[in-house]
Design a binder for this molecule. Structure first.
Ligand code: ADP
Length: 244
């Protein structure tokens, strides 16, 4: 049986703004097992980022329990959170978040550097090959298209062999075809066993995932499996080739 990678029990986050308490996340009990591919959806302000920040070990909850890969995270201090992030999580962001004056290869090497790995080049090269960029390792981000930059970011996310990849609107800045290409890459990684969780506003992007969790007013209001899943690889094969 697959094991839980993410397990939250009654997880919550409150923000106090003067006299007002904002219940950004309320009582979220969510289990995500190894090999799942989950889309987090919901209107603006519904708690998606708060949930992602907590399960991504970027922030600490106000209450509740959180186990990541069996490790109890809710009470960890900042150093412990940074350590568990480096070991277990790969992040992909809407704006790619690459170092601008640094080659693709060096960008991908960064998580290895933080982890104290000495032999980095081969592993970074291999991660870039996995995302189809094996030939462009010395290009800087400005010399790459948006889709290619996001591939570099995905290579950076997988280079440490994390147990889970988080994407915060990973296709939010990309055109339709490029978005489908990025979803194809996530589907490939998921087929290879990686657990993937993304936040998205777009229903058609979410339908490439296997499960959709919807938030509203800080609560999980819906959690269901995708019945008619889109296959990005098939969609790409049916699209006309790119113009340039
Ligand atoms: P979403 O990602 O779905 O747009 P968020 O998780 O960002 O939603 O926000 C949920 C609620 O928490 C919103 O009402 C937001 O204004 C509030 N919130 C988020 N972060 C903070 C913060 N640092 N301080 C105060 N309120 C916050």
């Amino acid at each position: 049986m697959s094991r839980p990678i993410i397990e939250t029990k009654g997880l919550g986050k409150d923000y106090t703004m003067g006299d007002v308490v904002v219940h950004a996340l309320r009582d979220a009990s969510v289990t995500i097992n190894e090999g799942e591919f989950v889309a987090i959806m919901g209107p603006s302000g519904s708690g998606k980022s708060t949930f992602m920040n907590l399960v991504g070990c970027l922030d600490r909850p106000s209450y509740g329990e959180y186990f990541l890969n069996g490790e109890n995270v809710a009470d960890m201090n900042d150093n412990q959170l940074a350590d568990i992030r480096n070991r277990l999580i790969g992040f992909v962001f809407q704006n790619f978040n690459l170092l601008p004056r640094t080659s693709a290869l060096k960008n991908v090497e960064l998580p290895l550097m933080y982890a104290g790995v000495k032999q980095r080049g081969d592993r970074a090269q291999q991660a870039l090959a996995t995302v189809g960029l094996g030939q462009r390792t010395h290009h800087k981000p400005s010399e790459l298209s948006g889709g290619q930059q996001q591939r570099v970011a995905i290579a950076r996310a997988i280079v440490n062999d994390p147990v889970i990849i988080f994407g915060d609107e990973p296709t939010g800045n990309l055109d339709t075809r490029t978005s489908v290409e990025i979803m194809a890459l996530f589907q490939d990684l998921n087929d290879q066993g990686k657990t993937v969780v993304i936040v998205t506003h777009e229903q058609d992007i979410a339908e490439h995932c296997k499960r959709i969790i919807r938030f509203r007013d800080g609560r999980v209001v819906n959690d269901e499996l995708v019945t008619k899943r889109r296959d990005a690889r098939e969609e790409l094969a049916a699209m006309p080739p790119p113009e340039d």
